[in-house]
Design a binder for this molecule. Structure first.
Ligand code: SAH
Ligand code: SF4
Length: 393
């Protein structure tokens, strides 16, 4: 028998790095890429679809990480897989549990970089807030992540890996043969962690396709929400290629204020953003666009702002999510008072829009929106002395 063809990056369009040396990580490959990888490793083409389905189910439905546990595959085939591949997740280096049950994971990815993933349990659902980049190129002035420069995009494997590691921690892999879709602990995903997901579109799309796959994690596209600061040219693709729900970090009702808060507004202003949202192929009354609006004292929280907001979004199936500003050390803003937030919410509600006020979760472990970064920075400071010579600082 001829030796199996070597697996090269060209053949597979694999995530950078992973195929450079050693076994290729199967986590994060789309079905097509996994099929190509299995063929390149010597799987006969005729069997490749079936083998992909089997391996896929072991990884994403059953949570198996060891080829030897894939008992419906013949032993020599398991050995072949183990020769060429690995099933690897990012490493959880810290885990914090808030008094309100929120769990925050500090996750280390290749290169030693760290991102944060937050699990938020609620009565009727459990939401995982995942990161798409290390840091962020955008510099929203109220966001702690925005003060950390971009280090790199996450790969699809590192993005879906956050879902897998949270399921590990929650103990949510099914009994053999039992697929649970109701009453799940991890029932929803929001792309609202570190980074701008639409600046890492392909990896985010591939990871979310894996999350939605009917033979794996099986989350409905309606249980996934992608939040963008307003990358206008990529908005339509979100509906077309991912099909998930959309949230937009709106935060201001005039270009002058939005330029300050969300500087990407200088590139695509409020009018251009609203045009893209009006055209969002999936928007409907059952799939409304979420407008996120952070409440900053005396900056964007007046009655006039509330009235302007409802005028601006007229005609867009929308709900307004009011986010009390979460403070971080050195932040140049204060949170609006509860009375102010309520008055703002009432105006929006009377205009016919749902206007829930988001309860900050996990504040005691710095896991609330916009606080991500601080803990990893702090953690690094704590760890650094052990690893770094004393002369270093
Ligand atoms: N980059 C994407 C997704 C991540 S941010 C985006 O900007 O949409 C997730 C949400 O938290 C965004 O609406 C963001 O504006 C908001 N946010 C950022 N910093 C915050 C803070 N300090 N307090 C409250 N919300 C904040
Ligand atoms: Fe980046 Fe979003 Fe923070 Fe803005 S709000 S800096 S886009 S993570």
């Amino acid at each position: 028998m001829p030796a199996p063809a070597p697996i090269t990056q060209d053949v597979l369009t694999l995530p950078r790095k992973l195929s450079d040396d050693g076994p290729v990580n199967l986590v994060g490959l789309t079905r097509d890429a996994m099929r190509a990888a299995l063929i390149a490793a010597g799987t006969p083409e005729k069997q490749a679809k079936m083998r992909t389905g089997q391996v896929w189910q072991w990884i994403y439905e059953k949570g198996v990480r060891d080829f030897d546990a894939m008992t419906n595959l013949a032993k020599p085939y398991r050995a072949l897989l183990a020769d060429h591949f690995k099933i690897e997740l990012p490493e959880v280096v810290e885990r914090h549990v808030s008094t309100d049950g929120t769990r925050k994971y500090l996750v280390r990815i290749a290169g030693g970089h760290e991102v944060e993933t937050v699990y938020i349990p609620e009565d009727s659902r459990g939401t995982l807030c995942i990161s798409s980049q290390v840091g962020c190129t955008l510099t929203c002035s109220f966001c702690h992540t925005g003060t950390q420069r971009l280090v790199r995009n996450l790969t699809a494997g590192e993005i879906i890996g956050q879902v897998l590691l949270a399921r590990d921690d929650l103990g949510e892999w099914p009994e053999p043969g039992v697929v649970k879709t109701e009453g799940r602990l991890l029932s929803n995903i929001v792309l609202m962690g570190m980074g701008e997901p639409l600046y890492n579109f392909d990896a985010v799309r591939d990871a979310m396709k894996i999350a939605m796959d009917p033979e794996g994690i099986q989350l409905s596209r309606r249980r996934i929400t992608l939040s963008t600061s307003g990358v206008v040219p990529e908005i339509a693709r979100t509906a077309e290629e991912i099909g998930c729900l959309l949230a937009v970090s709106f935060h201001a009702t005039t270009d002058a204020v939005r330029d300050q808060l969300v500087p990407i507004n200088k590139k695509w202003n409020i009018a251009e953003l609203l045009d893209a949202l009006r055209a969002y192929p999936k928007a409907s009354n059952s799939e409304r666009i979420t407008f996120e609006y952070v409440m900053l004292k005396d900056v964007n929280d007046s009655d006039e702002d509330a009235h302007r907001l409802v005028e601006l979004i007229k005609g867009i199936p929308a709900k307004i999510n009011l986010i009390p500003f979460n403070e971080w050390p050195g932040a140049p803003y204060e949170r609006s008072s509860n009375n102010r937030i309520r008055a703002f919410a009432d105006i929006v509600y009377r205009a016919g829009y749902a206007s829930p006020v988001r309860t900050p979760r996990g504040e005691d472990i710095m896991a609330a929106c916009g606080q991500l970064k601080s803990e990893s920075e702090r953690a690094k400071k704590v760890r650094r002395p052990a690893a770094t010579p004393a002369t270093d600082g």
